[in-house]
Ligand binder design. Structure first.
Ligand SMILES: NC(=O)c1ccc[n+]([C@@H]2O[C@H](COP(=O)([O-])OP(=O)(O)OC[C@H]3O[C@@H](n4cnc5c(N)ncnc54)[C@H](O)[C@@H]3O)[C@@H](O)[C@H]2O)c1
Length: 257
């Protein structure tokens, strides 16, 4: 098989959570461009519908309003995607939130909110999509972790976020080992600072922060969301057939300093 064929997603069905905007939207577009039908799964129903319309083209792109923290909502989403597009080949667990506050001032409600979206969400989606993949003995799961799960990036204080992203890398390894002999590969991507709405919100609250970020980033700039596209296609396709349990860092050199 040629290299091009190994990267192809022709006829595959992919779910990308949190894809109404930001990194998820770019990754969903990349999977569609490589031939997959894609479900835009997001708690922002209307925005997900607009994004799905925008990306709908050669392949089918649909929107499914879902709260990834709610198991019943996830189960219903898996049923709807399967009914409308067919059995699921690729799951990208991308939905995530960040709440910045010094640890000693962080409420338990805030702590639990972040854990719930960033850890419960990927677990529930992997569990219910994974059940179907294990039955078919084929599938790829890609978790969007963060460099914050590897290095404590400064100056913002975000212990809950950092903890969830480290946990997500370990969930990736655990599922990879559990499911390796049943056709399901599980990998993660750990991005550095990518210019999305999530990052814009953090910078709006702390305008001086960007300078410190750039000083600590060897490539000297923030990442562009579209710079994640080729990596997600690699992990979603047969091109990565010998890779499972890995977390690939894409951070402009931040964690290499
Ligand atoms: N932007 C960065 O610099 C950066 C760096 C490292 C990791 N990440 C990770 O990448 C992922 C995407 O980040 P982004 O910058 O595109 O963020 P974003 O805020 O632009 O998008 C996140 C999406 O997730 C959705 N979402 C939130 N809670 C949800 C829920 N309960 N159920 C379903 N959907 C929900 C939101 O509606 C939104 O559309 C996150 O997991 C984030 O932690 C981002």
């Amino acid at each position: 098989m040629s290299v091009m064929e190994r990267f192809s997603l022709d006829g595959d069905v992919a779910i990308v959570t949190g894809a109404a905007q930001g990194l998820g939207k770019h990754m969903a577009g990349a999977l569609a461009e490589m031939g997959a039908d894609v479900a835009i799964v997001d708690v922002q129903g209307e925005k997900a519908t607009t994004t799905a319309r925008e990306l709908d083209g050669e392949t089918d792109v649909i929107a499914v309003e879902t709260d990834v923290t709610d198991e019943a909502s996830v189960e219903e989403m898996v049923e709807r995607v399967t009914e409308r597009l067919g059995p699921i080949d690729v799951l990208v667990n991308n939905a995530g939130i960040v709440e910045n506050s010094p640890a000693e001032e962080t409420s338990i409600e805030s702590w639990r909110r972040v854990l719930s979206v960033n850890l419960d969400g990927p677990f529930l989606c992997a569990k219910h999509v994974g059940t179907q993949m294990l039955r078919r003995e084929t599938g790829k799961i890609i978790n969007i972790a963060s460099m914050s799960g590897i290095d404590v990036n400064v100056p913002q204080k975000q212990a809950s976020y950092n903890t969830t992203k480290a946990g997500l890398a370990m969930l990736t390894e655990s599922l990879a080992v559990e499911w390796a002999d049943r056709g399901v590969r599980v990998n993660a991507i750990a991005p550095g600072y990518m210019r999305t709405e999530l990052v814009d919100d953090v910078l709006e609250a702390n305008p001086d922060m960007e300078e410190e970020w750039l000083e600590n980033t060897p490539l000297g700039r923030l990442g562009r969301p579209e710079e994640l596209r080729e990596l997600v296609v690699y992990l979603a396709s047969d091109a990565s057939s010998y890779m499972t349990g890995s977390t690939i860092v894409l951070d402009g050199g931040y964690t290499s300093r």
